[in-house]
Design a protein around this ligand. Structure first.
Ligand code: SF4
Length: 135
């Protein structure tokens, strides 16, 4: 039987960037809504029930959700793969990385958006001094 492949969940409208090109700039930031963890658990339960392969967490910036680590743990426990679409800025924070590492991505993945190879150029686009440096 065909297994549903992918669901997208917009878990928050919060974002720490102010990208000049933002696709959602009219709805982001001001309302700063998040989906409460209890509601996300219900969504994950439903996805697990229909044997969804994976879900994609997005926003806003999904790593700003106060329960992002719990969401990963909960999904892993339900055998649901997770992909993360992130601006990557929170991964510049060592403490956050350490917490995240304890949970791990498992079979999931993260898609980072990087706009420039220097903090100064990145700031022009994102208006955020947090900068995820790869090299
Ligand atoms: S990181 Fe994404 S959601 Fe946040 S301001 Fe930039 S384009 Fe918009």
């Amino acid at each position: 039987m065909h297994r549903p492949h992918m669901a997208w969940i917009n878990i928050t409208e919060r974002c720490n960037n102010r990208c000049t090109y933002c696709y959602a700039k009219n709805s982001l930031h001001e309302r700063r809504k998040i989906i409460p963890f209890d509601e996300i658990k219900k969504i994950i339960d439903k996805l697990a029930q229909i044997k969804m392969e994976r879900c994609i967490l997005m926003g806003g910036e999904p790593t700003l959700h106060p329960n992002i680590i719990d969401i990963f743990k909960y999904a892993w426990d339900k055998n649901l793969g997770i992909n993360l679409i992130t601006n990557g800025t929170r991964f510049a924070d060592e403490k956050f990385c350490t917490e995240f590492k304890k949970v791990g991505f498992g079979a999931g993945s993260a898609i980072f958006s990087m706009h420039a190879s220097s903090q100064a150029d990145s700031y022009v686009i994102t208006r955020n001094k947090m900068y995820f440096k790869l090299f």
